[in-house]
Design a protein around this ligand. Structure first.
Ligand code: C2E
Ligand code: MG
Ligand code: MG
Length: 613
């Protein structure tokens, strides 16, 4: 509907001609549908005997003298609304002759100036508008009192009272519809919101149970949306979200529901599936559809999405848990490099659906002392001597208790908070080394995890050099654990950074080795000191031949390149002995010790009778 609303101010010039003034301030409604909507005339049903001779003025007199009458709506007998007078607010459906008859040239001014009006700002509506529009304008005017009767006038004379229930009902229905819309639809994109979606999912699950079919939930998150918003502004951000909804709908089946559940998060509900594979296919098509740039407001943007899939009833039968699992799978897709989809599995770390608040909490965690480091020993397998510790970040959330780094590190990476967090971890680890040294604890190497975002941000080597100097740390006792993904970026730049770090004397290890895009090439080119065999290969190493051969191959590879190896996740003596046989130098895992706090490290060392190497 194309409406031009001109604000109507309080009448401030007593000499102005009322009619002319209001004409100039009409609220115009242009809508073709008006033709079909019922007009006030069709609703007029006389209820009281009509005194055709009573002038309008008398009605107004009655209104003024009877405080029990809150408001008087007035229509003329051609069915046109001519006036609505309310004690709090004056609303006029404007017709010039009526106004003139009623108030005279100066009358309206006196009328409004009287103490019957607390907010004497008339709202003026074009004459002969439909009931629909009268209702809409009344709602918008914020009129406080609803009336159930119309005073019908003819040529400015009282013509009786008509039933106004229909108008009232219409207003009520409109309001209800408006409230329903606000509560169930996303204002920006017009698609269902979280509330309506949850409802539809429940329905879909009930239906699936009856028919033996399945339901898929696709949790879609826009990658790096914050950057779009921050660099191009909210208008572009909003336009991108609207464009994405269009794209999602185009790829989805007609019967699927696309919903926006917050910021840059969407969900796609697929009902009535014969097999979960159709959900995977749709997710693949969604990712593909993002290859085309999004054209908005003169910008051509490549926008990618990360998608997580959960299936009812396979993954959960509870709607909110199912949504949380799709969210968790989406998060895994992000952690695996974004622009792709993941299917929920038992191995997917589940996250709290209130991730947004987690982000805020994490920002405060540093200041509130909720973070600390745990240290997990690394041991020489052949001798059982402690050689080092790995610093592992811990978060003790005031309400939720301990939160796993597997949950909050990806979040910190996504939001960029990792740069600050990582710097804190480094300084904290160095402070601990200095403290241990001062109390004469055996010298241990300190391994620190460095995330890709942190490594590529600013001048990392410089930051490291300054921290080493500040705490007076022997750099050969520091080892940075990098994942293969860190190294896969711009090779020349990475190489340059690694060389500068090596010049400081710091050691470099590749964490979770074997799980990434291992390439012999970079192993040869990069100045690496140690490989950490990922714990997934150590698990069941004596019973899973594939794991045993991979581990053997990694040890042989390290040997040929003169690299050290440490095996992660050794949980029992059988694994330990087997790795010893394979010639693995060091190990880390629950078999030796769980991650320990500072006091426990001292106890553990004392219990081992560690030498002061
Ligand atoms: P990671 O660097 O591979 O750390 C090893 C993880 O394996 C730790 O989990 C450790 O507690 C766990 N682990 C050690 N031995 C065993 C064992 O015998 N059995 C089993 N089942 N698990 C074992 P945690 O502390 O939950 O850390 C998980 C990941 O979080 C780390 O994996 C690392 O990628 C990341 N992380 C932790 N602290 C930091 C940090 O300060 N900075 C960065 N960027 N990442 C961190
Ligand atoms: Mg590590
Ligand atoms: Mg690891």
């Amino acid at each position: 509907m194309d409406r031009v609303h001109m604000p109507v101010n309080q009448v401030d010039n007593p000499t102005a001609q009322a009619g002319e003034r209001f004409l100039g301030q009409m609220l115009f409604i242009k809508d073709d549908r008006l033709q079909e909507a019922p007009t006030v005339r069709s609703l007029v049903r006389p209820m009281l005997p009509v005194d055709r001779q009573a002038p309008c003025e008398h009605l107004i007199q009655r209104f003024l003298s009877e405080p029990a009458i809150y408001a008087l709506p007035v229509v003329d007998d051609a069915g046109c609304p001519v006036a609505l007078v309310d004690r709090k607010r004056f609303v006029e459906f404007f017709t010039k002759p009526f106004s003139k008859e009623l108030f005279g040239r100066q009358g309206i001014v006196d009328f409004l100036a009287g103490n019957h009006y607390h907010a004497p700002a008339p709202v003026i509506i074009e004459d002969c508008c439909s009931v629909e529009d009268a209702a809409q304008i009344l709602i918008a005017s914020g009129i406080e009192h609803m009336v159930t009767g119309f005073i019908v006038t003819h040529d400015g004379l009282y013509a009786g009272v008509a039933n106004g229930h229909d108008l009232l009902n219409l207003i009520t229905q409109r309001k209800q519809a408006e409230l329903y819309y606000l509560a169930h639809y996303d204002h920006l994109t017009g698609v269902p919101n979280r509330v309506l979606l949850a409802d539809r999912i429940s329905q879909a699950c009930r239906e699936a149970e009856r028919s033996g079919s399945q339901v898929a939930l696709l949790f879609i998150d826009v990658d790096r949306f914050k950057q779009i918003n921050d660099s191009l502004g909210h208008r572009v951000g909003d336009a991108v979200l609207r464009a994405l909804v269009g794209r999602f709908k185009a790829v989805a089946r007609k019967m699927d529901t696309v919903a926006r559940i917050g910021g840059d998060e969407f969900m796609l509900l697929m009902e009535n599936l014969a097999t979960p594979e159709s959900a995977d296919m749709l997710a693949g098509r969604l990712v593909d559809a993002m290859r085309q740039p999004v054209e908005v407001l003169g910008h051509s943007l490549i926008v990618t999405v990360s998608i997580g899939i959960a299936i009812y009833p396979r993954d959960d039968s509870d709607v909110s848990r199912l949504m949380a699992k799709a969210d968790a799978a989406m998060y895994e897709a992000k952690a695996k490099g974004r622009n792709g989809f993941r299917i929920y599995s038992d191995g997917t770390a589940t996250f709290n659906p209130a991730r947004l608040s987690l982000e805020n909490d994490l920002r405060r965690a540093l200041a509130n002392d909720e973070l600390y480091l745990a240290f997990q020993p690394q041991v020489e397998i052949a001798s059982g001597q402690p050689r080092g510790v790995e610093a592992l970040l811990r978060w003790n959330h005031p309400q939720r208790g301990p939160i796993s780094p597997l949950e909050f590190i990806p979040l910190a990476e996504e939001t960029g908070l990792i740069v600050q967090l990582g710097a804190w971890v480094m300084r904290q680890a160095f402070a601990q080394m200095a403290a241990w040294k001062s109390v004469g604890l055996p010298t241990l190497r300190m391994a620190i995890n460095i995330s890709a975002v942190q490594f590529h941000h600013g001048d990392f080597a410089e930051l490291l050099a300054r921290a080493l100097a500040e705490f007076d740390i022997d750099p050969t006792l520091v080892e940075l654990e990098l994942t293969e993904s860190v190294l896969m970026h711009n090779v020349e730049e990475v190489l340059d950074n690694l060389r500068r770090i090596k010049t400081l004397g710091v050691m470099l290890a590749i964490d979770d080795f074997g799980t990434g895009f291992s390439s012999l090439n970079y192993l040869r080119r990069f100045p690496i000191d140690r490989l950490k065999i990922d714990q997934s290969f150590i698990r069941d190493i004596t019973r899973t031949p594939a794991n045993a051969s991979i581990t053997k191959a990694i040890i042989a590879l390290a040997d040929s390149l003169s690299l050290d190896v440490v095996a992660e996740g050794i949980e029992d003596s059988v694994e330990n002995d087997y790795l010893n046989e394979l010639g693995c130098q060091e190990g880390q895992g629950y078999y030796f010790a769980r991650p320990l706090n500072t006091a426990q490290v001292a106890e553990w060392l004392a219990g081992r009778g560690a030498d002061s190497a």
